[in-house]
Write a protein that binds this ligand. Structure first.
Ligand SMILES: NC(=O)c1ccc[n+]([C@@H]2O[C@H](COP(=O)([O-])OP(=O)(O)OC[C@H]3O[C@@H](n4cnc5c(N)ncnc54)[C@H](OP(=O)(O)O)[C@@H]3O)[C@@H](O)[C@H]2O)c1
Length: 307
């Protein structure tokens, strides 16, 4: 039986407390998950945050012999290595890695810079995959382990003004699909939890480039894209019935389940898109989604030289 389930724990192995590492615990899904795991005493937990948010997380949780708060900027190779080494010495290694930390740029391709692209990819892809590399040896050696990545609907479908975010999630999805095959013989499970719109304030944490910055009064050929997509996304997030706490609960279920699928669409819209994408041929899917976007037929009007 999967040794990470509470049922198993209570019956068979009183002493084994799986070690769970969660990234990005200062807000949203990460904070909700840390909060849930704080109460699940059958796990040992490493809740991590960047230096700037460490005090906030430490103020939320009382550290004890099974719950510690540690600094981790996922983009830092040094931070990642130092943390995994420390946890190895403290508790032997990581049994469950939850790659949750992430950022989201809102800008059309033309308005992104190489620096912006790199930060997006480092945070959502290179950092998580770097952590995965560091925890795999222990998982392989113990013959069990779970890699849980908080991906997104944007990892299955791309939307305008979110190219770089989608690229980062597509990259993680692709690498972890490959990892699923690589880890199957070793008993390590890989899972992509894919939320769609979540009812939270995380849209306030969106990153902008100089040209997509809303405080600069959008103008030019992409004005309509920003003017329509930004309120559309906020509206969808506000209307969503899914909270960060619900996603956190799904992640705890994934930790506990004996066998988990590679993909778990985690909100109503994520399930809808998951099946639409499979049911509709791509040549119909893209025009259909374009038609669904707010006032998309008017976008770029007055600036287009389309023949
Ligand atoms: N909310 C949604 O609608 C939604 C939908 C689909 C997928 N997701 C995914 O869910 C995950 C969590 O997002 P959320 O909605 O909870 O957003 P959030 O409230 O903005 O939280 C993001 C977390 O990531 C941390 N973070 C950012 N950059 C980091 C770095 N370099 N190193 C370490 N931590 C870093 C932030 O910490 P700081 O305090 O240090 O900035 C924060 O704790 C992300 O991977 C996101 O892509 C969210």
């Amino acid at each position: 039986m999967w040794p990470f389930s509470r049922r198993h724990h209570s019956k068979a192995n009183q002493h084994f407390k799986p070690v769970v590492l969660v990234t990005g615990c200062s807000s949203g899904i990460g904070l909700a998950l840390a909060d849930l795991l704080y109460k699940h005493t059958e796990y040992r937990v490493v809740a991590t945050a960047r230096k700037k948010s460490l005090d906030k997380v430490r103020a939320q949780f009382q550290e004890n012999d099974r719950f510690v708060v540690r600094e981790l900027d996922v983009t830092s190779d040094e931070d990642r290595k130092r943390l995994i080494l420390e946890i190895g010495k403290l508790w032997g290694g990581i049994d469950v890695l939850v790659n949750n930390a992430g950022i989201s740029y809102r800008a059309v391709v033309e308005h992104m810079t190489s620096k912006d692209e790199l930060l997006q990819i480092e945070t959502n892809y290179l950092g998580p995959i770097g952590l995965i590399r560091l925890v795999l040896p222990h998982m392989r050696m113990t013959g069990r382990g779970k890699i849980i990545n908080v991906s997104s609907v944007a990892g299955m479908l791309a939307m305008p003004t979110m190219s770089s975010y989608s690229a980062s999630k597509f990259a993680l999805e692709g690498a972890c699909e490959s990892l699923w095959y690589e880890m199957r013989p070793f008993g390590v499970q890989v899972c992509m939890v894919q939320p769609g719109f979540v009812h939270s304030n995380s849209f306030m944490n969106v990153y902008h480039t100089d040209q997509s910055d809303p405080t600069r009064n959008w103008s030019g050929p992409y004005k309509d894209f920003y003017q329509n997509m930004t309120p559309f996304i906020s509206r969808m997030m506000n209307m969503s019935m899914t909270t960060p706490e619900k996603i956190a609960k799904i992640i705890v279920d994934v930790i506990e389940k004996e066998n988990v699928p590679l993909w778990i669409p985690a909100t109503f819209d994520a399930k809808l898109f998951y099946y639409i994408r499979r049911a509709l041929p791509r040549r119909l899917l893209l025009p259909f989604l374009y038609w669904c976007l707010p006032k998309a037929r008017n976008w770029g009007r007055g600036f287009s030289h389309k023949r």
